[in-house]
Write a protein that binds this ligand. Structure first.
Ligand code: SF4
Length: 419
């Protein structure tokens, strides 16, 4: 049995010392053990946080925030339940993605995969298909792998502590804290991008350090209902304390805000100028033959396990040259006869931009099918190729960038490539 060592701030959780020689425990939840290194970090950052917050009216701040959230919380589908599966799915989807985008995906995903058992039993390809268009497909891989681990390794028993959640694929500190505070009332603060901005402004920090903010969030969080407190902080950052023009006149906590008192809250944290993502240029070949379309199964990296139309780097700006360079089994006359250039498609990821120059290749029915093996040898991007009937395409996971390319086919006039 552990012995209470020191009360941690005002949040009702404890740092514990276990009399077993050499063993320290920290608990944010009564059953949650921690490593020695974590205790040291907690002690150091906590000492800092307590010094910094010693004259901060924590209870008044919580009251103001709670009252505001009660009146102003948006009615979002994932807020209607504290079921860990629903909380978890919503938090995964909301990473790097706007609330309005997630809303439809969330409802559709839960209709098909209503619980962790259904998700674990599904094929990855189907999970990816329900994810397609949301982007960041690695999230879907991790969600699926973690569901299988919960069902197969834990017998369906939910992890209930931050440490247990951190052991699952794709779960980081934000996710573990968010899910456990909302679903299991673990008294831990969360610091996502919105909360980071709110905390930096409250304290007037131009260059906040995440670890320090986390320590402060842990002190501020309301131990009676940490999940609601954390959601209120995130809501404040998403709807009131917004990046460029914070709506301080509507803010329930402006009386506590150092940034507001300076008259220039938008300066905290120091705005970072967004740099243009690097651009990659690709040819995308929409190859059709007897009503079927050729797609490749992406081997790894970005869009792993999705199906894409064949694509090659646009190296010369001339599609015939690039295709001939890569697909040596074709001759110039054949290529010239079958290539139908379409309008360019631009697709932005977070860290890169794709400029896709699609080419339709309606392979004549009377000709032999194209030699896919030759194409396989020319690119390592795909692990296999398959011809799909057009009607089957909605049933396989194709990323949004390539669905845009497919949509270019539906345009009434095929326009030549021009930029
Ligand atoms: S007063 Fe303004 S800057 Fe301060 S937390 Fe509220 S919205 Fe943000």
């Amino acid at each position: 049995m552990a012995t209470p060592f020191s009360e941690w701030g005002r949040r009702g959780s404890y740092i514990l010392w276990d009399p077993t020689p050499g063993t320290w425990d920290r608990t944010l939840h009564p059953d949650e053990p921690a490593r020695v290194s974590e205790v040291c970090i907690l002690l150091l950052s906590g000492a800092w946080a307590m010094r910094d917050i010693s004259d901060f009216p924590v209870e008044a701040f919580r009251d103001a925030l709670r009252a505001w959230f009660r009146e102003n919380a948006r009615d979002l589908p994932w807020r209607r339940s504290r079921d860990p599966y629903r909380v978890w799915v919503s938090e995964v989807m909301l990473q790097q993605t706007r609330v309005e985008t997630v809303r439809d995906y969330y409802e559709r995903f839960l209709r098909r995969f209503p619980d962790v058992e259904a998700l674990a039993a599904a094929e990855l390809a189907e999970v990816l298909r329900y994810w397609q268009g949301l982007g960041y497909y690695r999230r879907a891989h991790h969600l699926h792998a973690a569901a299988r681990r919960i069902v197969r390794d834990r017998g369906g028993r939910w992890p209930q502590t931050v440490q247990e959640w951190l052991a699952l694929p794709g779960v980081g500190h934000y996710m573990a804290r968010a899910v456990t505070s909302i679903a299991f009332r673990v008294p831990t603060g969360v610091v996502d991008g919105n909360v980071r901005r709110v905390l930096a402004r409250l304290r007037g920090l131009p260059r906040p350090v995440v670890r320090d903010l986390q320590a402060w969030a842990d002190v501020l969080v309301d131990p009676r209902d940490p999940g609601t407190f954390n959601q209120a902080m995130m809501e404040l950052g998403a709807t009131v304390c917004i990046p460029m023009r914070p709506r301080c006149g509507d803010c329930p906590v402006r009386a506590f805000c150092h940034g507001f008192s300076t008259g220039h809250p938008e300066q905290f944290p120091t705005p970072v100028r967004r740099t243009e993502p690097p651009e990659e240029r690709w040819w995308v070949v929409l190859w059709s033959h007897r009503g079927r379309w050729l797609l490749g199964h992406k081997r790894d990296g970005l869009l792993r396990d999705m199906w894409l139309f064949p694509m090659w780097p646009d190296q010369t700006g001339d599609v015939e040259t690039d295709v001939l360079n890569l697909w040596s089994s074709l001759d110039t006359q054949t290529v010239a006869a079958v290539l139908r250039p379409l309008a360019t498609v631009v697709h932005e990821f977070t860290h890169r931009r794709w400029r896709l120059r699609p080419v339709w290749v309606p392979w004549p029915d009377g000709w032999d099918p194209p030699a896919v093996d030759g194409m396989m040898a020319s690119t390592e991007m795909f692990q296999s190729w398959q011809w799909f009937p057009r009607a089957y395409l909605p049933r396989i996971p194709i990323p949004r960038a390539h669905r845009k390319v497919l949509a270019a086919l539906a345009r009434p006039a095929l326009r030549p490539i021009s930029e």
